[in-house]
Design a protein around this ligand. Structure first.
Ligand SMILES: [Fe+2]
Ligand SMILES: [Fe+2]
Length: 276
């Protein structure tokens, strides 16, 4: 099974990159399943129902999120109508929406997607490790699901690495999101779980985390807000990771970054390229 995960989509330039490139990627790489983190898709803050539909139409099967999921108030209501939009599972009980779902690919394979948020240098949510443990107990690899993807939306690389090792051999992949900067530590852990600390964003890298750079720079200099943060509108780099799943075990057989367009150097998953 071939799975593509795209990191946090930031604003219009990130959405444009996804909408323009994902249909082609789905076709040329013969993707079975696509997950996109959409927490910054609406002007950098949250996501609207129209954007959910836009990303699904472009070829996303599931949209994950994070701490910004409810920045747009409408999300509190429409999230209940969209099983394919997930919010972190360890939000307080009673929070609208779901943090996990079992999704079918076109070939009938079942993929469990789990969205969970870290709590080091972030809001004090419920324990992400125990939340993941509960879900993996309820749905084991190759018993309840053919693949299990965890979007770990967290700030600290230590917490992310710990999560990778905590589930090593029990999940197909742990993919870090939230910091918007792609890390170079993609690997398959000893037990067979693919791991990266951050997939990177789909956004303009001539920016501070996808936002116009002037205001963040000024705030660091003066500590006084002078304007709202607005997404940077230059060409986005599409940032994500490609996972080839071993269908016999549900673990990762190959794992590599994918980067296209914009300012970052390109990367293509060689194991998917046609030969010759
Ligand atoms: Fe983000
Ligand atoms: Fe975030």
């Amino acid at each position: 099974m071939r799975i593509l995960f795209l990191g946090d989509v930031v604003g219009r330039s990130g959405r444009t990159a996804v909408v323009e490139q994902l249909p082609l990627l789905r076709e040329c790489y013969r993707l079975d399943f696509v997950v996109v983190n959409g927490e910054n898709a609406a002007g950098g803050f949250g996501i609207t129902e129209a954007i959910v539909n836009e990303l699904l139409d472009a070829g996303a099967d599931v949209i994950t999120s994070g701490n910004h999921v409810f920045d747009q108030r409408e999300t509190l209501t429409f999230i209940e109508r969209h099983d394919s939009l997930l919010r972190p599972i360890n939000f307080p009980p009673g929070t609208p929406g779901k943090g996990t779902g079992l999704f079918k690919t076109k070939t009938g394979a079942e993929v469990l997607v789990l969205n969970v948020q870290g709590r080091v240098f972030m809001a004090d949510l419920d324990d992400p490790f125990r939340a993941v443990e509960r879900e993996l107990d309820a749905c084991r690899l190759k018993e309840g699901a053919d693949a299990i993807l965890i979007d770990f939306h967290a700030e600290a690389t230590s917490e992310k690495e710990a999560m990778g090792h905590f589930v090593d051999g029990r999940a197909t992949a742990v993919i870090g999101t939230h910091t918007h900067v792609p890390t170079a530590d993609e690997q398959i852990l000893p037990g067979g779980t693919a791991y990266i600390s951050d997939a990177g964003m789909c956004g303009d890298f001539n920016s501070v985390l996808g936002m116009d750079k002037e205001e963040p720079v000024q705030r660091f200099l003066t500590k006084i807000p002078t304007a709202r943060f607005a997404p940077s509108l230059g060409e986005a780099t599409l940032c994500g990771v490609a996972i080839e799943v071993d269908d016999a075990t549900g673990l990762a057989r190959a794992f590599a970054p994918l980067r296209r367009g914009g300012r970052l150097s390109p990367a293509e998953p060689g194991f998917w390229l046609p030969e010759g």
